[in-house]
Every structure is written in C-alpha cells, then in structure tokens.
Design a protein around this ligand. Sequence first.
Ligand SMILES: [Zn+2]
Length: 105
Amino acid sequence: MTTHENIAKALKARLSELTRRVAEIDSELRKPLSADFEEQAADLENQGALEAIENSEIHEIREIQEALRRISEGTYGVCTKCGIDIDPKRLKAQPTATRCISCAA
Ligand SMILES: [Zn+2]
C-alpha cells in the first residue's frame, strides 16, 4: 500500500467517526426543550455548546472530503499555492494540509 492509500484509509475512518458524531449531535439538538424555565436556559446553553462542536466537526468533515478528493485525483500532497511537494512529516501531523509550511505561514 502506498502512503497516500494509508492516509486515505485513516481519513475515511475519521470521516465515518465524525459523521456518526454529527448525527448524534443533530438528534440531540432536535430534542424539545424542557418545560421548566430554568431547565430551558440550561438546555439552550448545552445546545450552543453542541452547535459549536458540530460546526467544527462539519468543518473537519469538509477538509477530509477535500483531502480524499485530492488523493483520488492524484494532487494530494502538493502545495496548492506554490506546487511543491508538501513535507511528508507535515502531512503526517496534519493530513488535510493543502499548503506547504512556507505557504501556510
Ligand atoms: Zn507552497
């Protein structure tokens, strides 16, 4: 297996994990609010926190989908700005990186 195939495999595992979590948060957010006023306040606070988590997870899902698309197109690991190969160590630490260290800085 090539390095990129290994990365794709890890990204897909992460993607299904994130998709499952976002679905869980969605069903949590769809629950009706408590009848009690004070509990409603706590519910809303909780929902705000869940929404923040959901948003960051949705953002990560998009990044992963983009990385998987680049892997299948054969453009993965190439800096989108200057076109050089991104350092494999950088990709290992941040598999969804689209720019090399100098362009990302
Ligand atoms: Zn670059």
